[in-house]
Design a protein around this ligand. Structure first.
Ligand code: C5P
Length: 224
């Protein structure tokens, strides 16, 4: 068995997301809705996906001044978000504001701090003036996420042990999962087994499931 799956419903319509959620529900632990589809159909999507009966991870990757982030987190909680994401690089006050906002409307909700996007590698962070390696940056960010009351960190498989070392309380939510090698936009990838062995609490999987000819069969195969 691999760690529980959260399926990223990065599809083109609310109806497709709702249909996929109903089809995949027996195989997965939760669903993630992201920026593309939320921008297209609005936050009412969260309630519609939640109707499938699994927690909804609202991956909005908030990053603004604390007051704005608090307001946004409050509203996503009102829509039923079980988890929301905020960029750890927004700093401690911003993460704390996200935690406070979400808690005000979603008592069981938790903030997941996005550390370094799995689409970035050492060269990409160096190009924007941040000193590599990615792992050191993830560790500092996890420490901030921990002391601001976040529930977890979003990181790649390669940094799970670093998150655990600095912040054992945080859950690790891990995207960049590729059952087979691929050459898409993800840079720091791993197989479901590798991520599970590394200690991931949840695997976030999108295209390997949503792009499969039979998404339910693909989810069941990964889950096994
Ligand atoms: O299709 P794929 O499996 O690459 O989907 C991964 C999902 O995880 C996407 O919805 C993406 O937005 C999200 N994600 C990520 N890397 C992060 C945080 C979230 O790929 N660091």
């Amino acid at each position: 068995m691999v760690a529980p799956l959260i399926v990223a419903l990065d599809v083109d319509s609310a109806q497709r997301a709702v249909d996929l959620a109903a089809e995949l529900e027996p195989h997965v632990a939760g669903f993630k809705v992201g920026l593309g589809l939320l921008a297209r159909v609005g936050p009412g999507l969260i309630e519609r996906v939640a109707a499938a009966g699994k927690p909804v991870f609202v991956d909005v990757k908030l990053h603004d001044i604390p007051v704005q982030v608090q307001r946004a987190a409050t509203e996503y909680g009102r829509h039923g978000a079980r988890w929301i994401t905020a960029h750890a690089s927004g700093g401690a006050a911003m993460l704390g504001a996200a935690v406070e906002g979400l808690a005000s409307t979603s008592p069981d909700g938790g903030v997941l701090a996005v550390t370094v996007l799995t689409s970035l590698d050492d060269a990409a962070i160096e190009a924007v003036g941040i000193e590599p390696p990615v792992g050191d940056l993830v560790a500092s960010m996890a420490a901030v996420a921990d002391r601001t009351g976040c529930e977890g960190a979003v990181c790649s498989t390669h940094e799970i042990s670093m998150v655990r070392a600095v912040a054992p309380r945080l859950i690790s939510v891990v995207p960049g999962i590729r059952p087979q090698p691929s050459d898409d936009d993800q840079a720091r990838t791993a197989t479901p087994d590798e991520a599970t062995m590394a200690g991931a609490d949840y695997l976030v999987v999108g295209r390997p499931i949503t792009g499969a000819a039979d998404p339910a069969a693909a989810a069941a195969a990964i889950a096994r």
